[in-house]
Write a protein that binds this ligand. Structure first.
Ligand code: SAH
Length: 199
C-alpha cells in the first residue's frame, strides 16, 4: 500500500493517544469510585501483583519502547496494514471502554469489590458478554501488538492483561455468585465472558 505518511512513528503516536484517551475516559469514574461506599473488598496480594503485571504490559514496557526504542533486538518490520488495523481496534476499544463505564456506573471498581448498594448490570454492552470492560482491555492488547512492531513491547500487553484476566475472572464470578445468587447464575447462562457467543 502506498501511504508513505503512515510511519512507525505514527504507530507509536496512535498507541500513546489511545492510552491517554483511556485515562481521560476513566478519570471521572475513578474520582466517583473513591467516594462510593464499599460493602466488601477482595483485595489480596495476588490482586495487587496481577494489577502491577497488567500495568507493566499495557503501559510501562511499551512506553519504554515508544520513548527510548528499546529493546531494539526485538524489532521487526513495520506494516502499514497492521498500523491501520491497530488504529481501528484501539478506537473501538476506547468506545467500548467508555460504554462499560456508563453502564456500570457506581458499581465499577479497579479491584474486586461489592458496593453497599450494588446492582447487577445486565443491559447495554453487558447484554451479551459479562466482562465487556475486560474485552476492551484485550482489544487494547491486540491494538498494541498491531501498532508496535516489536515482539516484546507489542506482545507485553496481551501477556500482561492476560495474566490479570485469568487470575481474576474466576474469583470475580465467584464473588458475583455469592452476592447475586441465581440472578447471576441465570445471567451467566445467557452470556459469554468476553466474545459474544464464543467465549
Ligand atoms: N468484569 C466486568 C467489570 C469490571 S470492573 C467487565 O469486564 O465489564 C470490576 C467490578 O465490577 C467488580 O468489582 C464487580 O463488583 C463489578 N461488576 C462486574 N460485573 C458486574 C455486573 N454485571 N453488574 C454490576 N457490577 C459488576
Amino acid at each position: 500500500m502506498e501511504l508513505p505518511f503512515i510511519t512507525p512513528l505514527v504507530g507509536k503516536i496512535v498507541w500513546l493517544a489511545g492510552v491517554i484517551g483511556w485515562f481521560i475516559i476513566r478519570y471521572p469514574h475513578d474520582r466517583r469510585a473513591r467516594r462510593t461506599p464499599k460493602a466488601r473488598r477482595y483485595v489480596g496480594i495476588r490482586e495487587l501483583i496481577s494489577l502491577a503485571i497488567s500495568a507493566s504490559g499495557l503501559g510501562l514496557i511499551p512506553a519504554v519502547y515508544v520513548f527510548a526504542g528499546a529493546p531494539r533486538f526485538a524489532d521487526y518490520p513495520f506494516s502499514i496494514v497492521a498500523a491501520i488495523l491497530g488504529t481501528a481496534i484501539f478506537a473501538f476499544a476506547l468506545w467500548l471502554f467508555h460504554r462499560t463505564h456508563t453502564d456500570l456506573g457506581r458499581n465499577w471498581s479497579v479491584t474486586l469489590e461489592v458496593r453497599n448498594q450494588h446492582s447487577l448490570v445486565t443491559e447495554g454492552v453487558y447484554n451479551r458478554v459479562r466482562h465487556p470492560m475486560y474485552s476492551a482491555f484485550w482489544l487494547w492488547g491486540v491494538a498494541q501488538a498491531a501498532l508496535l512492531p516489536n515482539w516484546i513491547a507489542g506482545l507485553a500487553g496481551l501477556v500482561g492483561f492476560g495474566t490479570l484476566f485469568f487470575l481474576r475472572v474466576g474469583n470475580e464470578e465467584r464473588m458475583m455468585l455469592e452476592t447475586f445468587g441465581d440472578e447471576y447464575r441465570d445471567y451467566m447462562k445467557r452470556t459469554a465472558r468476553i466474545i459474544p457467543g464464543i467465549y
